[in-house]
Design a binder for this molecule. Sequence first.
Ligand code: CMP
Length: 136
Amino acid sequence: MNSTEQTLSIIKPDAVERDLVEKIQKKFLEKKIKVLKSKKIQISKEEASDFYKVHQTKPFYDRLCSYLSSGPIVVMVLEGENVIQENRKIMGATDPKNADEGTIRKLYGISIDKNSVHGSDSIENAKKEIDFFFKD
Ligand code: CMP
């Protein structure tokens, strides 16, 4: 069953630094996904730790939070049919070396840490993650 959803997307420091924002946003637009909101920000390590707290028991947690706060990021609300799953398809596998051809992480990802984009993984997390960056 199809339904219009929203999801949170983050263009991570490695991709912002390499001026890939427009190229990545074009990948969404090509799939009829709307970029409803978009802002370029830099967050503190504390904010990154809060955002990624579902991963707090993972061995890579500290590295992940340092990395997300290491430079400017672009946070976006995407909207479209089944956009949570669609965005995950467009991003590709977490580790760029396992990502399918044509996906954002295959095209632009450098490593599992510097994998260029983040996207919410469920309706519940999408709501939480959108609120985290866009609650006004
Ligand atoms: P992201 O989709 O932003 O969600 C958590 C991030 O942790 C993930 O992308 C990766 O960039 C990073 N990460 C680092 N090491 C791992 C790992 N072993 N497994 C999963 N994610 C990892």
